[in-house]
Design a protein around this ligand. Structure first.
Ligand SMILES: Cc1ncc(COP(=O)(O)O)c(C=O)c1O
Length: 322
């Protein structure tokens, strides 16, 4: 990492463990969800796909997690672009166009009466036989779930997460490119299990070169002497949509942001560290592998970033009810 000049400081702070919850659905939980499957809107009890779908049998498919705030879907176009890129990369033809997909997505939100929440958009390879050859699967399935999600308790969002470096390496791009947001998340799940076993909130995943790639479902940023750094996509990071929002905010706030290889050492000596993801949004990290990072509290650059992020999420996006 090309470090900026000037000295940085650090101090210690008590760390409270985070509570990760299952996706919760407050309003939506009371009443059954309406799910979109292949052109139909069905009650969640009837939302079923075949046991011969290769999405289930082989993790063969692609997906997106998308948030909507204040009646608007945040960065919808970018999410759909990435979905189509992921699909193209695995030779999966999405059976409907972007316009129809957008309408289905907006209508699913409307049918569930939600103003704020989270969408899981899934395209599976479709029904085949028990062999893995995707040529057997004649028609991919499209599934859209609109609900609410809370990955971490409010307290943890305010005080910060703990992370541990895991032994599970991020998938080598030559084996399965992490840029493809596929249904095959076992690499990330294995890392997540390591974090759970270590009593940490998240796992820091390294690539084969030993540099930081990302966390199990989030991109990683560090701050050193007023400058922001994040691993390049080539390090094994997903091209996160929230990551790109951080790039936009940094430019707006005149903060220098550089994509560069980051080592564990860089994380340990960072003044600040935060993670980004659609579900997690922007979340501070205050401990890595037992070391307190910076002041042990969410730092000033994170605080400015999250403030602007919240403004953007409330004021921009594709209107749901227009
Ligand atoms: C492995 C991985 N990295 C990073 C991210 C963050 O990406 P985004 O900000 O687009 O949600 C995600 C979440 O989708 C992810 O699954």
């Amino acid at each position: 990492m090309d470090e900026p000049k000037q000295a940085g400081g650090s101090s210690k702070a008590a760390v409270k463990p985070a509570l990760e919850t299952q996706p919760v659905s407050s309003k939506a939980k009371a009443k059954a969800l309406t799910i979109y499957i292949d052109g139909k809107y069905v009650p969640e009890a009837e939302a079923k796909i075949s046991v011969f779908d290769h999405g289930l049998l082989y993790g063969d498919g692609v997906f997106e997690g998308i948030r909507f705030y204040n009646g608007r879907v945040f960065r919808l176009e970018e999410h759909l672009d990435r979905l189509w890129d992921s699909a193209r990369s695995i030779c999966l033809e999405i059976p409907i166009g972007a316009e129809e997909m957008t309408e289905a997505l907006l209508e699913t939100i409307r049918k569930n009466g939600l103003n704020e929440g989270y969408i899981r958009l899934i395209v599976t390879r479709g029904v085949g036989n028990l062999g893995l050859n995707p040529a057997q699967c004649k028609r991919p399935s499209v599934i859209i779930i609109a609900t609410t999600i809370a990955l971490y308790s409010k307290e943890v969002c305010e005080t910060g997460l703990t992370v541990v470096t895991c032994a599970t390496r991020r998938t080598n791009a030559a084996a399965l490119n992490p840029a493809v947001k596929s249904l095959n998340y076992l690499n990330n799940v294995m890392a997540r299990i390591e974090a759970n076993l270590a009593g940490a909130d998240e796992a820091l995943m390294l690539n084969d070169a030993g540099n930081v790639a990302e966390c199990t479902a989030d991109n990683v940023f560090i701050v050193k002497r007023g400058q922001i750094f994040t691993p390049p996509i080539a390090a094994g990071a997903l091209r996160g949509i929230t990551r790109s929002v951080v790039f936009d905010i940094a430019a707006e706030l005149d903060l220098k942001l550089t994509e560069t290889d980051i080592t564990r050492h860089d994380v340990f000596v960072a003044d600040e560290c935060f993670l980004t993801g659609t579900a997690a949004e922007l979340i501070p990290v205050i401990k890595a592998d037992g070391r307190t990072l910076g002041s042990g509290k969410p730092g000033p650059i994170y605080t400015r970033m999250i403030g602007r992020f919240r403004e953007l999420t409330r004021a921009t996006g594709t209107p749901i009810f227009a």
